[in-house]
Design a protein around this ligand. Structure first.
Ligand SMILES: [Zn+2]
Length: 121
C-alpha cells in the first residue's frame, strides 16, 4: 500500500471573529427611555445584601436611566482580587513560576464564570 496523505480536518480552520458586521463603536448605546445616544461609562456599586456583592452598570447621562451590566457574588469579588494578584505577578514571573501562575489564572477564570451574571438585555 502506498502512503496516503492524511487530509487536515476542515473544521480545524480558525473560526472567524464573531460580529464582523457589528458597529465599530460598540460602546455607544441609545437610551431606551429618552433615545439619547451616549458612550457607556461603566460604574460599580456595592450591594448591601442579597446573593450578590457588587453590581456593574451604566447610566444615561440625560435621564439617569440605569442599565445593569453584571452582578458579582462575594466569592466572585474574592476570585477577581486573586486574579488581579496573579496578573500582577505575571508581569515579572518567568519559567516554571509563570506556567504555574497561568494555570492558576485559568482555574480562577473557570471558577469566576458562574459567580458573575451578565445581563444580556
Ligand atoms: Zn435616557
Amino acid at each position: 500500500m502506498g502512503k496516503r496523505k492524511a487530509r487536515p480536518p476542515r473544521h480545524k480552520r480558525q473560526a472567524r471573529q464573531q460580529g464582523a458586521g457589528a458597529p465599530a463603536r460598540a460602546d455607544v448605546v441609545i437610551c431606551d427611555k429618552c433615545r439619547q445616544s451616549f458612550k457607556i461609562q461603566p460604574r460599580e456599586r456595592q450591594l448591601e445584601d442579597g446573593a450578590y456583592a457588587e453590581e456593574h452598570y451604566f447610566a444615561c447621562p440625560r435621564c439617569g436611566a440605569e442599565y445593569l451590566m453584571a452582578r458579582i457574588s462575594a466569592r466572585g469579588v474574592e476570585l477577581r482580587a486573586r486574579m488581579a494578584e496573579i496578573r500582577g505577578k505575571l508581569r515579572t514571573a518567568a519559567g516554571e513560576e509563570r506556567q504555574t501562575l497561568l494555570r492558576q489564572a485559568e482555574q480562577i477564570r473557570w471558577e469566576l464564570d458562574p459567580e458573575v451574571t451578565g445581563a444580556q438585555a
